[in-house]
Design a binder for this molecule. Structure first.
Ligand code: ATP
Length: 235
């Protein structure tokens, strides 16, 4: 397994946001974490990415324990994280936002190598290189946030609700991009509310409810589960 989370518990002011969560992601997989608002999906990603300090449990990445490490050290080990709010630099250009993603690489050639991949994935970004990030549409900002994450050349890409606040046409583009990213050898852990689209591109899924894993299995099985369909798909 590339990522193994065991018994992870994270609390805010004494309230448990995630409780005893265990999950694993194999190299090359797309794994979806689903669940209603407040189920703990974002807290799970933050706890893996070093943005929140877990109270207990372990996170093992590529055979090494990483829980409790600072976020930038976790990025340096090969985990890129795109948070729900994207955290772009709104006053900087698209080009500079992308450059800031590649600060980890010392040589210029190494820094610029992932750019071609990003432009192939999102040609719109190439057309908008001098434009300030703040003036991009919601969907373009999401593309930029994903592009910037790819500039770190991650082995694991974690995305928190990439389809949120985006017009339908671009939502399809984002999901298609995730499939393409995986095809280039990057493993993906995806938090999503849009279950039918995300389960459509995923290998496996975990469903969270009030901070715990209540269901896990192959994406197709989760999609066909009557309980899930009723609770999350409204079918
Ligand atoms: P959403 O889809 O709405 O973002 P989520 O599944 O990502 O939901 P979390 O954001 O992880 O859920 O929230 C899990 C629980 O932790 C919720 O009860 C939430 O109110 C609480 N929580 C999250 N962030 C904080 C915080 N910074 N301070 C206090 N409580 C928090």
């Amino acid at each position: 397994m590339l990522l193994e989370v065991e018994g992870l518990t994270t609390a805010y002011k004494g309230l448990l946001a995630i409780q005893d969560i265990s999950l694993a992601v194999a190299e090359g997989e797309i794994v979806v974490v689903a669940g209603a608002n407040g189920a703990g999906k974002s807290t799970l990603l933050k706890s893996i990415a070093g943005q929140e300090r877990p109270r207990s449990g372990s996170v093992t990445f590529d055979g090494a324990r990483i829980e409790g490490l600072a976020g930038h050290l976790i990025t340096a080990r090969g985990i890129a994280y795109v948070p729900e709010n994207k955290r772009l630099f709104p006053r900087l250009s698209v080009a500079d936002n992308l450059r800031l993603g590649s600060y980890l690489h010392r040589s210029r050639a190494d820094r610029e190598a992932p750019l071609d991949q990003v432009f192939t994935l999102f040609p719109r970004l190439k057309e908008r290189l001098p434009q300030r990030a703040a003036t991009l549409s919601g969907g373009e900002q999401q593309m930029l946030a994903i592009g910037r994450a790819l500039m770190t050349r991650p082995r694991l890409l974690m995305l928190d609700e990439p389809s949120q606040g985006i017009m339908p046409k671009l939502v399809d583009e984002i999901f298609a991009a995730v499939t393409t990213i995986r095809a280039t050898g990057v493993t993906v852990l995806l938090v999503e509310q849009r279950l039918s689209e995300s389960l459509g591109i995923a290998d496996r899924a975990y469903v969270l409810q009030t901070g715990r894993v209540i269901l896990a299995g192959p994406a197709a099985e989760i999609r066909d589960d009557p309980e899930v369909r009723r609770a999350y798909l409204g079918i």
